[in-house]
Design a protein around this ligand. Sequence first.
Ligand SMILES: Cc1cc2nc3c(=O)[nH]c(=O)nc-3n(C[C@H](O)[C@H](O)[C@H](O)COP(=O)(O)OP(=O)(O)OC[C@H]3O[C@@H](n4cnc5c(N)ncnc54)[C@H](O)[C@@H]3O)c2cc1C
Length: 498
Amino acid sequence: MDYDVVVIGAGNGGLTASATLARKGQKVLLLERHNIPGGCATSFCRGRFEFEVALHQLSGLGTPEKPGPLRMTLGSLGVMENLEFVEIQDLYSVYMPDGFTTCLKPDKNQTIAELKEKFPHEKEAIDNFFDLVYTYANDMIGAFIFRDPEPSRDKYPNLYRYALRNAKEVLDDYFKDPLLKTVISVYWGYLGVSTDQLSFAYLAMLLFQYIEFKPFHVKGGSQALSNAILNVFLTAGGRARFNCGAKRILVEDNQVIGVETDQGDTIETRYVVANISPMETYTNLVGKDLIPNNTLQEMNSRILSNSAFTMFIGFDCEPDELNIRESTNFLMASTDISRSLHDRMGRVDIQDELMVMSCYDISDPTFSPPGTCQINLVTLKYGDPWLTIPPGQYHEAKFRCAESMLKRTEKIFPNIRKHIEEIDIGTPLTHMRYLGHPAGAVYGFESRTKDSFFFQPGNRSPVDGLTFAGGWVGDQGFEPTLRSGVSAAKSILRQMNS
Ligand SMILES: Cc1cc2nc3c(=O)[nH]c(=O)nc-3n(C[C@H](O)[C@H](O)[C@H](O)COP(=O)(O)OP(=O)(O)OC[C@H]3O[C@@H](n4cnc5c(N)ncnc54)[C@H](O)[C@@H]3O)c2cc1C
């Protein structure tokens, strides 16, 4: 055998799977089609700026005194000592077109106090809602994180009551004021599914996690995190090949026997971790005829998530000159948080979508060169309409959308245009090109209530030796995908020993 395990894709899940396996003494080859590690967790340079591609807020890290699950995962991989994390002091700010604004802090009491001040007519409902979020999160932790072998309705009443309800139904049960519902639910923008389709579980867990374990960023951006995990892998004896994708997974008698690379060589192995989509894996790498129908049907029943349209902007001044005061800002055009807003993601043009603007220099003043700062301005868009644009019209569409975003942002931060020094734009087609995901989907399959984590297929495949890691087979986001690689590695080690 050339290698014990071949890992396809150096995204979060592929990196932690590789590092875990190599540290356990396995001979591991990591194949990555791009020329750098990280997948979404990367950066790129333009002029004097290094732009963050994806990470707005890292969840689940916690502090040394109150560690979250991610701190434990990264600690067990030995990467913590090579990284410096920066605690983000705000949860998020919300800006409405009529001038309404509010800034929530990552502290339960402060968040509740701020909401009660802005919405005094909903005081009692605000207390009740946060009680629900916390009891629900505790039920989830008891039943799933601690893997209760005998979960029951009596033990976890809120889990059973709300598991199959969407976020909008629960918000409607608790609140009357549409603006309050909008403010409390903006994190749907991190999940890609509007509140009427989003499982309440996700909204509750995101609010709980960011408040309890605080939002973080990392010095050097998410690229520093990816590089640190890669270094652990290489130090443990692993080998990585960049600019070298996997073209085929070779299977005989339903057992993985090797991987053929884009460069034409064949590597013998009995175990593969695929940090890429099941569609790509089953259809192009393995071959559909080797996959049972029920697996293909289950996969086809899921809905491909949206992609993103992102503007990366470097300014020739500090954030205060632009009147940017918080790291994470949700720029809303209306109090519509349901279907019609979701439908807009299916059109090329940008009008009244939810936009997230992150300014990393607020929490880390050394993030950009002295006297400058940068923002990452993102909205969600499906990839399919972008695929219908004729190549000759692509640039015009991209600049038209960027101009719409800039105009909306200028209404809140009027000084930005004159201070722009660098600007670059990523469309759904950019994500498709760099990640290799169908239609540039950045959140894998949609986290609709019917497909939420209670119904996820898990990392095992019907092919012996083939295991998945990453956001396509579990939850999306840095914390879940980093942890998914460790789970995939452990699953392979168990298979080897069985
Ligand atoms: C704009 C944006 C903002 C985000 N913001 C946040 C945030 O604030 N907080 C948060 O927690 N999460 C955020 N996320 C989500 C998070 O970045 C992702 O969930 C996570 O990084 C996905 O990791 P993954 O393991 O699934 O791998 P991916 O990042 O999907 O990487 C897959 C890798 O596989 C490689 N590959 C593909 N095909 C092949 C092949 N055939 N052979 C070899 N290699 C191949 C690709 O090049 C890529 O490197 C954001 C994502 C985006 C796009």
